[in-house]
Design a protein around this ligand. Sequence first.
Ligand code: ADP
Ligand code: AMP
Length: 214
Amino acid sequence: MSVIMFLGPPGAGKGEQCARLEASGWQILSTGQLLRQAAALQDARGLQIRDYLNRGALVPDEWVVDLVRDRVSASPGVRWILDGFPRTEAQASLLGALHLLPQHVFVLVAPDDLIVARLGGRMIDLESGRVYHDLYHPPKHAGVDDESGRPLVRRDDDRPEVIRARLALYHAHTAPMLDFFERVQGAYPLGLTYLDATDRIEHVYACVSAVLAS
Ligand code: ADP
Ligand code: AMP
């Protein structure tokens, strides 16, 4: 397989699973991470992007697709994991043109209540996107990234009111992506696996690994 994808609400655990797969040669294409990096540049476009992120709103499709196109063309021949892309039907319709049609989609299923609780404990390393949790995945040394030693931060959009806005957008625009993949399933070989995102991180990962090894 050369492209796989994780689909699920914010906080379902997509980033945690991607980080584990990275060790076996996959590269993560996280539009959230690309957008946070673009926002950090603080140029005119970056400031506009930051405003979308802080409101929990979807960034315009063309901006997201431009970032994805640049990222993919900079690294030919890579095995990609799509994390947070596509999030709209318009983005999904461009997957073929971007050579990013996934061969397998993992759907992380989690109830909204759990998401709000989980995101309250999330910490990240802004530069790498590595993710931790106060209880479920604490760093080796409190408050710093295991690999770089950089200080971990809370995401500006992991506040309860923004989480609710992001969840609403997920249900309105991104969850329907499943229909898209179920529709295209007949047109080319596509595997779909539903995973219980309430399981422990390592258990979810064992399920993902078993599917990829089969
Ligand atoms: P997403 O990428 O889907 O938004 P993350 O991977 O960033 O989600 O996970 C959100 C938070 O929940 C993080 O703090 C992460 O450490 C934690 N987390 C992820 N998966 C699980 C899990 N299966 N059980 C408990 N906590 C988890
Ligand atoms: P994530 O890191 O996946 O939780 O994404 C963080 C934020 O980035 C989202 O709440 C959106 O504001 C924005 N974002 C990420 N991916 C996309 C996308 N594919 N389309 C539009 N906005 C996105």
